[in-house]
Write a protein that binds this ligand. Structure first.
Ligand code: 5GP
Ligand code: ZN
Length: 114
């Protein structure tokens, strides 16, 4: 989608600190990290949010979580733990309307979230 920030990162029109790429997804460091490790994992395909997940594209959700599993191990987070966040829509705090999962780790997380 031409006016989507994350599509522009997928297409290398905007630079990002990319740490993983395969045929379906990319992962890159968040520009405004909220923890020592803060990685965004996004589909290359433009899907606005979880609201647009259906039978035809649901496999991307599992794939993203396999990538998160791999990155968590690589970043040394797997044993201590980490948090996976998906913000959906305005009340969920979503600010970029291209599906993404946050991998946050390297510090104690609080609950409930803000
Ligand atoms: P959301 O609030 O939609 O769940 O998450 C969007 C995330 O994208 C935020 O954590 C924000 O810091 C990050 N972000 C926004 N613009 C950019 C950018 O240009 N580059 C990178 N790497 N991250 C961005
Ligand atoms: Zn997009």
């Amino acid at each position: 989608m031409s006016d989507c920030l994350f599509c522009k990162i997928v297409n290398d029109e905007i630079k990002a600190s990319k740490i993983y790429e395969d045929e379906k997804v990319i992962a890159f460091n968040d520009i405004n990290p909220q923890s020592p490790v803060h990685i965004l994992v996004i589909p290359k395909q433009h899907i606005p949010s979880i609201n647009q997940i259906d039978e035809s594209n649901q496999s991307i959700i599992g794939h993203i979580h396999l990538v998160i599993n791999k990155l968590a191990k690589e970043k040394g987070l797997a044993d201590k733990g980490y948090r996976i966040v998906n913000n959906c829509g305005k009340d969920g705090g979503q600010t970029v309307n291209h599906l993404h999962f946050h991998l946050l780790g390297g510090r104690d997380m609080q609950w409930p979230p803000g």
